[in-house]
Ligand binder design. Structure first.
Ligand code: NAD
Ligand code: GLY
Length: 370
């Protein structure tokens, strides 16, 4: 049995409750996943929600360990962003109802951001709210989606349009689970890691430029350090603004552009992190057009994304189509598109302070004329 080489963590402070993020390794392999989450399970009923890719990898040990002390059921969803919808949520409700589970149930999300967002939303809405725990198994979910309580599903016309704020009881990030993650998914997670550097901390950008190769080579200690830093950035923001009435919006840097790509190309065709990467470049380019970033700084943004094997240009999307999709963004206020742009590297703002023609220019750059 392999012992964890490191065990680290931090606390997220929110208005509803504080909760721990535990960052470790080998928990899945040595059976300690269950031990670590048990103190955060209050009742005797547990529903593990996972998908058909993650279940064969990590479900058995967790389920068996928990079954010694709890009544455990499993809901295995189809894998994919295209299944992040009401049908999958109904599948979770169906198991909860069929098992006569009640308010004592704890839901456990075992998987990436899609499983985590849906499990959280089911927990937020079942019997008007039950507890849930996040066990994120992708880099993206470890650095971002498992923390901060945004839960939900997609609508055909817009990403993450239906959802709730609902905080987990704990987050357990086992870095060893990244060993089975496809490299393309690891890169998608790196997009959100790079995002924190671009919006909050230029020193972290320096650190990433040195350490990205080690992260891509699956050095778990370096990945663990990055996860801890990102979770701390996010925890600090969530503590100030849990419901996104202000500073939390900055975490959506690149996302308004990215959501256009994801929605237009069909959910699952561009990975969320890939769309965010191309979207961050578009946001940086608009920041340059306004005069906030230099062309060398935009080139630096592109270089770090290329280092992480990420796309730096969107697919061809007609400008009017892109603007219309942007119109569904949750940050639109009084009909005006608000964007997160960079005043400088490491310093982001939510703003309407741009000429619409500059946005149109940026959106038009990659449109292929037929
Ligand atoms: P995902 O959940 O689709 O996981 C990516 C792929 O990796 C899937 O095929 C999954 O089955 C597989 N997988 C997961 N863990 C694995 C492992 N350890 N080994 C092998 N395969 C594994 O995608 P994601 O990138 O984790 O999350 C993206 C989702 O997160 C999007 O829906 C996005 O909107 C959401 N998101 C939410 C927030 C939030 O604050 N709630 C923040 C960012 C992103
Ligand atoms: N991923 C953006 C947020 O949690 O606010």
């Amino acid at each position: 049995m392999a012992a964890p080489l490191f065990l680290d963590g931090l606390t997220v402070h929110t208005q509803s409750h504080d909760y721990p993020i535990v960052i470790t390794e080998n928990a899945a392999a040595n059976g300690s996943m269950a031990q670590q989450i048990m103190p955060h399970i209050t009742g005797r009923q547990v529903l593990i929600v996972t998908n058909d890719t993650v279940a064969p990898l990590y479900l058995k040990a967790l389920e068996e360990e928990l079954a010694c002390q709890y009544r455990v059921e499993v809901c295995t969803l189809a894998d994919g962003e295209q299944y992040k919808n009401q049908t999958s949520i109904n599948q979770i409700y169906d198991v909860l109802m069929a098992q006569h589970f009640n308010r004592d149930v704890t839901l456990i999300a075992l998987g990436g951001g899609v499983v985590g967002d849906m499990t959280g939303f089911a927990a937020a809405s079942f019997m008007r709210g039950v507890n849930f725990i996040q066990i994120p198994t992708t880099l993206l979910s470890q650095v971002d989606s498992s923390v901060g309580g945004k839960t939900g599903i997609n609508h055909a016309q817009g990403k993450n349009m239906i959802g709730a704020f609902w905080q987990p009881q704990m987050v357990l990030a086992d870095m060893s689970t990244l060993k089975t993650l496809p490299p393309r998914e690891l890169s998608a997670g790196l997009a959100e890691v790079i995002k924190y550097a671009l919006i909050m901390d230029i020193k972290f950008l320096d650190w990433l430029e040195i350490n990205l190769p080690a992260m891509m080579a699956l050095d778990l200690a370096v990945l663990g350090e990055a996860v801890k830093r990102c979770c701390q950035y996010k925890a600090d923001i969530v503590a100030q603004d849990e419901r996104e009435s202000g500073v939390r919006a900055l975490l959506n840097f690149g996302h308004t552009f990215g959501h256009v790509i994801e929605t237009h190309e069909g959910y699952g065709n561009w990975l969320h992190g890939e769309a965010v990467a191309a979207g961050m470049v578009q946001a940086a380019e608009l920041s340059e057009k306004i005069g906030w970033l230099t062309s060398e700084e935009v080139a630096r943004v592109k270089r770090v994304l290329v280092l992480a094997n990420l796309p730096i240009a969107p697919p061809s999307i007609e400008v009017q189509t892109a603007l219309s999709l942007m119109g569904h963004d949750k940050k639109v206020k009084h009909g005006q598109i608000r964007l997160i742009l960079l005043k400088s590297l490491g310093d982001a703002v939510l703003t309407t302070d741009f000429e619409p023609s500059l946005l149109t220019d940026v959106l038009g750059q990659h449109v292929v004329k037929s």
